[in-house]
Design a protein around this ligand. Structure first.
Ligand code: MLT
Ligand code: ZN
Length: 478
């Protein structure tokens, strides 16, 4: 792009110097990602402070044919929030800016009659939790990265997390959106209506679109009643089949208060015990699998429901041991064993991550088939298997063999192909909750019916005819 310096100077004049970062030391954390697998280049990182500023930046980018990479907390796991490397990835050397929403954090409105909150895209999820707790409500998306991920990010990736079992994915909690379209126009769709059948549901197009159709600048979200009482237990489990068989047992005993049913294997726990200082194994001996169950509500009934659920689980069999958190501090420690896995695995080096879902009844078969195939491809590979068993969603993550740390990444294509083949055979999805980004863009296209790809391309070219919104993500030719 010719005249880049002048163009950037104009942006500085518009937004202020501190809102346009170009020095490598300042931009590095925005152009590289948390997993250590993705890094790209950008002309600048632009940090607007209002929807009007986002609109003006996007309008100027469209005029100059500069691509826009929207970014929230940069906690994504598929390379969706950073620019693609200009050495390939299907998009060539297109100039781009990272458009970071981190300065737009305001809670614009809290309505305790309709139970809705309207909040800007850059608000950190944990801050949103705190804001709605002030009025005795809960915004029920809960993730390991909630201290850094943002509202715009969870909307744009349709984030899942550890309470999907009860409350659904982010999509089910979005009532309205404000979006800056690829030409710079602002779509004010911040409706708080529970019932609105006036035509196509446009907001849902932008949920999970990973910033490829526009920039989400604010959202109106549903709040639910606060659940100050949380009863939590860790169960030792003999198998994945035990975990899936227990789901209806737990649900029958705990009813709609069953909020979480998570699973992890011993190798996952070993990583947490090795790398998270506050972590302790609550059992006297190791077990193959562990299940974390939580029942949440307003009063003491949650303890009784958890007790009943545990009694039924033990009677059903396959549960050699269990511990119940006796205090909020003990509860935190049990959660740490599950939520610490992702970070603990990162400490061990770059992981090959898979975020797959299959019908819940097929989870045990998935794990059994992969346990045969994957180690045969890379002897010694560590299977860090964990996830949201209540949603049929496993993170079938791989770490390098201890003796051969350099052997994992060269084998990653073959390993991933083996995982995806079994997932496809079982009628599953290769992206349950993390999105496609760059990591899964091509593999997903290969597994998607031609008619679905045509529909997606039609949506993309209708909304973003210049192909400037987060290019190289989601669609192979997008
Ligand atoms: C989690 O559930 O902990 C994350 O979604 C998984 C991951 O980091 O791979
Ligand atoms: Zn997850």
């Amino acid at each position: 792009m010719t005249g880049t310096d002048d163009w950037l100077d104009e942006l500085r004049a518009l937004l202020g110097d501190s809102a346009v970062l170009t020095a490598a030391a300042d931009t590095e954390r925005y152009v590289s990602d948390w997993t250590g697998r993705f890094r790209g280049e950008a002309l600048a990182v632009v940090r607007p402070a209002s929807t009007a500023e986002v609109s003006e930046v996007v309008r100027r980018c469209a005029a100059a044919r500069v691509a826009v990479v929207p970014q929230g907390g940069n906690t994504g796991l598929v390379g969706g929030g950073v620019p693609v490397a200009t050495d390939g990835d299907g998009v060539g050397a297109r100039p781009s800016v990272v458009l970071c929403l981190e300065r737009m954090r305001a809670v614009r409105a809290l309505d305790t009659v309709a139970d809705t909150v309207t909040v800007e895209a850059g608000a950190v999820l944990a801050d949103l939790h705190d804001a709605v707790a002030e009025v005795d409500r809960l915004f029920p998306v809960s993730l390991g990265s909630q201290g850094s991920c943002t509202v715009g990010g969870i909307v744009s990736t349709n984030a899942g997390g550890t309470s999907v079992l009860r409350y659904g994915m982010t999509r089910e909690l979005v009532l309205g959106l404000e979006v800056v379209l690829p030409d710079g126009r602002v779509w004010d769709g911040l409706r708080a209506l529970r019932k609105d059948n006036s035509g196509y549901d446009l907001k849902q197009l932008f949920v999970g679109a990973e910033g490829t159709l526009g920039v989400v600048t604010a959202a109106t979200l549903r709040m639910v009643p606060a659940t100050p009482r949380r009863a939590t237990a860790l169960l030792a489990l003999s198998s994945v089949r035990t975990a899936t068989d227990l789901l209806p047992v737990l649900r029958a005993a705990a009813g709609e208060q069953l909020t979480t049913w998570e699973l992890f294997n011993r190798a996952s726990l070993d990583l947490v015990l090795a790398h998270v200082p506050a972590a302790r194994d609550p059992f006297a001996r190791p077990y193959a699998w562990y299940g974390l169950v939580e029942v949440a509500g307003g009063g003491d009934e949650v303890d009784a429901r958890l007790e009943a659920a545990l009694a039924d689980a033990v009677e059903a069999g396959g549960v050699p041991d269990a511990v119940v958190a006796g205090s909020p501090a003990q509860r935190e420690v049990l959660w740490l064993l599950r939520e610490g896995i992702s970070e603990a695995q990162r400490v061990e080096g770059v992981a090959v991550k898979h975020d797959v879902s299959v019908p819940i009844a097929s989870l045990a078969e998935l794990v059994a088939r992969l346990e045969e195939r994957v180690p045969a491809l890379l002897p010694g590979v560590r299977l860090i298997t964990y996830g949201h068993v209540g949603d049929g969603n496993l993170h079938y993550n791989l770490s390098a063999p201890v003796e051969a740390p350099g052997s994992l990444l060269p084998a990653s294509e073959e390993l991933t192909a083996a995982v995806y083949a079994v997932v496809a055979d079982l009628g599953g999805s290769i992206s349950a909750e993390h999105g496609l980004g760059v990591l899964k863009r091509d593999a997903a296209a290969g597994l998607t019916a031609a008619v679905e790809l045509d529909l997606m391309r039609a949506v993309k070219s209708a909304l973003d005819p210049l192909g400037l919104m987060n290019p190289g993500k989601v669609l192979p030719d997008g």
